[in-house]
Design a protein around this ligand. Structure first.
Ligand SMILES: [Fe+2]
Length: 370
């Protein structure tokens, strides 16, 4: 029988320094759904959760936003109900008040519910615990079959109950007849949720909905965000996450001419320091590009702002796609394998590692320096 509390996951919808969202489902309705939490292993504080209802729900869904937390602090928590029972006790950590000297986050895309997807969750957790994890779309592959979402959130729980998971939508979140309804209900994210930004330390993360890449309101927002981020002296790094790659040597897909036409001018103008992508189920990372052309051909070290580096990390777990026999000129590194990204951020360097899920070996490491 399904346990009483399942699918516990963390995310931010507000300031990562002082808030935390917790979402979960229960087997049956809870009479007083709540979070018990506190510092130093105590559970002395409580917050009442709200029931989230949506037409496609598979069970009672609860969400709570903890506020007025202390920055840079580890909290313990459990969720549930005094009558029906509790989850395990988990911990999370708020973002520090001032930018840390370094932090680590992890990322992948195209996850799914497979043994290797589960293994990738363990890989991400096995190294240094990331400050948060990003998934660049294509999460559960429920495709309208809602219980698949339950399976996916259960698979993700070991990671998502300990580390905030920040997502952007892929084509598979755009479910038949209901569009993004399940994504919107089950995640608590900032602003419009399909696209938003958040800051962690010295870095601005801009999450873009590339499924609706022509949406005029979103494009206006996107350009404003890129421009503001570039003008803000407190923002040392700008990292964009979205689902669909512009450039690719995946067989039968290749470059996305429509998205290149709409998005490449914005990327070239504002030059985010990294663009994280998925959709094509393999790893492919470009040299710094401008106008689709290689600006610097060094294998692994780049000065910020020379061009735009696109990193497709589509080996999250769902399946793998073939790459063309010839590696294109724009590609610095590629491989058809399951993998994840581990990115270390300091004041002057972004260090990007891609590791293979199978054996945790290093596929590549490159740096962007200021
Ligand atoms: Fe996709």
């Amino acid at each position: 029988m399904q346990k009483i509390i399942s699918q516990v996951h963390l995310s931010w919808s507000d300031d990562p320094k002082t808030t935390m969202n917790i979402t979960w489902q229960s087997r049956e309705p809870l009479s007083q759904p709540m979070v018990q939490y506190g510092e130093g292993g105590t559970l002395s504080q409580t917050a009442i959760a709200r029931r989230i209802r949506y037409a496609q729900e598979t069970g009672p869904l609860y969400q709570v936003t903890l506020r007025n937390l202390k920055p840079g602090t580890t909290y313990s928590y459990r969720v549930g109900d005094a009558g029906k029972g509790w989850s395990e006790v988990h911990t999370f950590r708020t973002a520090p008040a001032t930018p840390p000297a370094r932090f680590v986050f992890t990322a992948f895309a195209d996850h799914g519910v497979t043994p290797v997807a589960e293994q990738n969750v363990r890989r991400v957790l096995a190294g240094e615990k990331p400050a948060f994890h990003i998934i660049m779309g294509d999460l559960s592959y429920a495709n309208g079959n809602q219980p698949i979402w339950d399976d996916w959130f259960e698979l993700l729980e070991p990671l998502a109950s300990e580390v905030p998971v920040m997502v952007c939508p892929g084509n598979h979140e755009d479910e038949r007849n209901i569009r993004f309804a399940t994504y919107l209900a089950r995640f608590a994210l900032p602003e419009k949720e399909l696209y938003y930004r958040f800051d962690y330390g010295n870095t601005r993360f801009i999450m873009f909905n590339s499924q609706d890449f022509r949406d005029a309101e979103q494009l206006r927002w996107f350009e404003r965000e890129l421009s503001e981020a570039r003008r803000d002296p407190t923002v040392r790094w700008v990292i964009v996450s979205m689902h669909h790659p512009l450039y690719s040597s995946t067989v039968r897909r290749l470059n996305d001419t429509e998205r290149i036409e709409v998005l490449q001018p914005l990327f070239d103008k504002y030059r985010p320091d990294l663009v994280l992508l998925g959709h094509h189920h393999n790893y492919e990372r470009t040299y710094p590009l401008l106008g689709g052309k290689v600006v610097v051909r060094h294998p692994n070290r780049y000065r910020r702002g020379q061009g735009v580096i696109y990193v497709t990390s589509g080996g999250g777990g769902k399946s793998l796609y073939d790459q063309t026999p010839e590696q294109p000129a724009f590609t610095a590194k590629r491989d058809k394998c399951y993998e994840y990204l581990r990115i270390t951020v300091t004041n002057n360097t972004l260090t990007v590692e891609c590791r293979r899920t199978e054996d945790n070996s290093l596929l590549e490491r490159f740096e962007v320096v200021r």
